[in-house]
Design a binder for this molecule. Structure first.
Ligand code: PRP
Ligand code: URA
Length: 209
């Protein structure tokens, strides 16, 4: 079963509480999501392999460490995942960015694909899939399946708020994928929204409601 990491650093909890507040507007919501994504990126990349490099400091020669030549890709699930890309790119500036467009059917709550554009060598990359909300888990699971169909073998999922149902679905469908989330909330409501959650992440991010 894929490991669940709850990344609950005090700074992340503080910023997430402001995001959850219904009085927080789109501008602050965007800035906070960007900041939390960067902070979470620290944990998502914790196991990245290192290699030795010989350098010269102003004082002497030494062997330092650098991230080994592993190639990376960040894949946001549209729309709301877009809000996590810049924070991750600040840490991983050489990563390529792919996009998977999915929306939840309002009646069945199952995901519908409308866009997919990935780096051509995605199968050679460590892939970080990002989406703030892991509710039923349908969107994340389908996005991960699409990446596996392209040959991806090293995929991790980064979310902001998750429901137990979504975590279980991804763990069952993709036991090889580790999940990183800032919070594990209580449940889904009758419309498959996370409770307490933060509402509709895409609408809050882009001010569309
Ligand atoms: C939201 C969210 C996830 C999905 C989560 O997107 O950003 O992609 O719902 O729900 P699930 O775990 O039940 O699949 P939405 O479909 O609202 O699209 P949007 O980002 O374009 O608003
Ligand atoms: N999508 C969201 O944006 N929020 C939820 O709570 C569930 C799905």
């Amino acid at each position: 079963m894929g490991k669940l990491h709850i990344v609950d650093h005090p700074l992340i909890q503080h910023k997430l509480t402001i995001m959850r507040d219904k009085h927080t507007g789109a501008k602050d919501f965007r800035v906070l999501l960007d900041e939390i994504s960067m902070l979470m990126g620290y944990e998502v990349t914790r196991d990245f392999p290192l290699c030795d490099v010989n350098i010269e400091t102003p004082m002497t020669h030494m062997t330092g460490k650098k991230i080994a030549g592993k190639k990376l890709a960040i894949v946001p699930i549209l729309r709301a995942g877009l809000g996590m890309v810049d924070g991750l790119l600040k840490l991983l500036p050489v990563a390529k960015v792919g996009h998977i467009g999915l929306y939840r059917d309002p009646v069945t709550h199952t995901p519908v694909v409308y866009y997919c554009k990935l780096p051509t060598d995605i199968d050679e990359r460590i892939v970080v899939v990002c989406d703030p909300m892991l509710a039923t888990g349908g969107s994340a699971s389908d996005a991960i399946s699409m990446l596996k169909e392209k040959g991806c073998k090293n995929i991790r999922l980064m979310c902001l708020v998750s429901a137990p149902e979504g975590v279980s679905k991804v763990q069952n469908d993709h036991p090889d994928v580790e999940i990183f989330t800032a919070a594990l909330d209580k449940e889904l409501n009758e419309n498959c929204y996370i409770v307490p959650g933060l509402g509709d992440a895409g609408d809050r991010l882009f001010g569309t409601k």
